[in-house]
Ligand binder design. Structure first.
Ligand code: DUC
Ligand code: ZN
Ligand code: ZN
Length: 473
């Protein structure tokens, strides 16, 4: 098995930093060693198969994006990244594991969909991948499938309080699914928006001729998010299930999560880069149909109301535990443009899987996060939250050698045109300048990205059979 020494760098974990070399043996991390260590009198550097010079750079556990939708059928089309293109783009950006959502639509069998997702992913992924399961049809067979899936390593289930007729579960169905989660230990995930309120607002806005993308944001107000977040917490409280609220964007929803956590509940929140950086006024309100690029749900929030600053602060204080992307890309041509003249027909989603590590590192540069917290919210907590820790999310002997060499003196421009590798005809992040750069990426010991060159391959990535959450109090 090939050995690699990552030499001269600063290994950063969620709890600190150390000037040590990382010895990789095959797919695993073998040892952390003092620089200049010798083996039987010879310099270790001369005995290994390859040496990666990480001098002046950070050596961090590979990013884990716990919320992606590769080739998801949604909004009358499909998310434009396949498992092949999406995981390749993830690797380019220093993400070495994703957890994607298997989708059950009404009338579909949960296990059938789970097997279908395996078929889509197998042989196509550049990096490792796990699955969550979306439940859109909670009935007896779905509930018993939850037990089977937990044994298969799918230990988290997402329900929706919005998208009637597509994903929405009523409160009774949610209660039943949460009861099952409380009994088998699964994490219950919630899309927390009050769909009934939103559906009325959408109809009213369209009837008034307010059809531009900006009104997508108006139709999904923070009150709908706060109310649904509170309701999900109450159902979690009643049943005892752990709850993970996905794509939190409203500061009022964070306050609900904070209050539940202060009561000692296993309630967690995830936010996404778009809710840290982008806004209703600047992006959704861009002239003409431009704002469609940033139509996603939950929506971008008003900067004047202070949601973005609150979200950064909540990340610092652990009121929000981690950052995923909700990567759900669509092209403008033939996809987003289905909503010209009616914002409610714009497929909901933004593509960011390639940029999450950089965008969050910019938070370190700007003094919003510590270096250690960056590692924690992008890798270590996702691993613990979703039952992968020990193998993923950490650089320690025995862990998978998923490692990123990150250059704090490098620079990343997300420029005009195709500077990204996601299968999209635009970038939601165009114009962003990052004071840092992903130099080298190893996935289970194999270099997949090196100095601007892609060296990975479809099929390298393996399914991650996850355990139960390791983050519960
Ligand atoms: N929100 C999105 O923006 N896209 C996919 C599904 C979701 O909940
Ligand atoms: Zn959602
Ligand atoms: Zn999503």
């Amino acid at each position: 098995m090939a050995t690699t020494l990552i030499s001269g760098g600063t290994v950063v974990s969620s709890t600190g930093r150390r000037e040590v070399d990382v010895l990789v043996d095959g797919e695993r991390i073998a040892a952390l060693l003092e620089p200049g260590s010798t083996v039987l009198g010879s310099d270790l550097r001369s005995t290994v198969d390859s040496v990666i010079d990480a001098s002046g750079k950070y050596v961090i556990p590979g990013g884990i994006d716990a919320h992606t939708h590769m080739e998801m059928p949604f909004g009358g089309t499909f998310a434009s990244d396949t498992f092949e293109t999406g995981t390749r783009a993830a690797a380019w950006g220093g993400t070495t594991s994703i957890v994607d959502f298997v989708v059950q639509y009404p009338d579909q069998g949960v296990l059938d969909q789970y097997h279908a997702w395996h078929e889509k992913a197998a042989g196509n992924c550049a990096i490792d991948y796990g699955f969550h399961q979306i439940l859109s049809d909670v009935q007896d067979s779905s509930l018993s499938a939850m037990d089977e899936l937990v044994n298969e390593g799918v230990t988290s289930f997402k329900l929706f309080m919005a998208y009637k007729g597509v994903f929405l579960s009523d409160d009774g169905q949610i209660l039943r699914a949460f009861q099952k989660g409380a009994s088998n230990g699964a994490m219950m995930m919630m899309h927390a928006e009050n769909g009934a309120m939103i559906d009325v607002l959408v109809q009213q806005l369209i009837a008034e001729g307010k059809t531009d993308p900006y009104y997508h944001g108006i139709s999904r107000p923070w009150q709908a998010e706060e109310e649904a977040t509170h309701r999900a917490i109450m159902i979690a409280d009643l049943t005892g299930a752990p709850l993970y609220v996905v794509h939190v964007s409203a500061k009022q929803a964070v306050e609900q999560i904070t209050a539940a956590r202060d009561r000692g509940m296993n309630v967690f929140g995830e936010t996404c880069p778009q809710y840290l950086y982008l806004s209703l006024e600047e992006q959704l309100g861009a002239p003409g149909f431009e704002g469609a690029k940033w139509v996603c749900s939950t929506p971008l929030r008003s900067r004047a109301e202070g949601h973005q600053d609150h979200m950064w602060r909540s990340l610092r204080t652990n009121d929000i535990q981690m950052v995923s992307t909700d990567h759900c890309p669509f092209c403008m041509k033939d996809q987003k443009d289905m909503g010209i003249g009616d914002f409610s027909k714009i497929p909901n989603g933004i593509g960011s899987v390639e940029h999450r590590m950089d965008l969050l590192y910019q938070g370190v540069v700007e003094g919003r996060l510590s270096l250690e917290r960056w590692v924690e919210i992008t890798s270590t907590t996702p691993a613990r939250m979703f039952g992968m820790y020990g193998r993923k999310g950490v650089i320690e002997p025995g862990a998978d050698a998923d490692v990123v060499v990150y250059d704090p003196n490098g620079h990343t421009s997300i420029g005009l045109g195709k500077t990204h590798h996601m299968n999209m005809d635009y970038s939601a992040w165009e114009g962003f300048e990052i004071d840092g750069h992903v130099d080298t990426v190893l996935s289970r010991g194999t270099v997949v990205v090196d100095d601007g060159e892609y060296r990975g391959r479809a099929g390298h990535g393996r399914y991650i059979k996850r355990g139960l959450s390791q983050y519960l109090v």
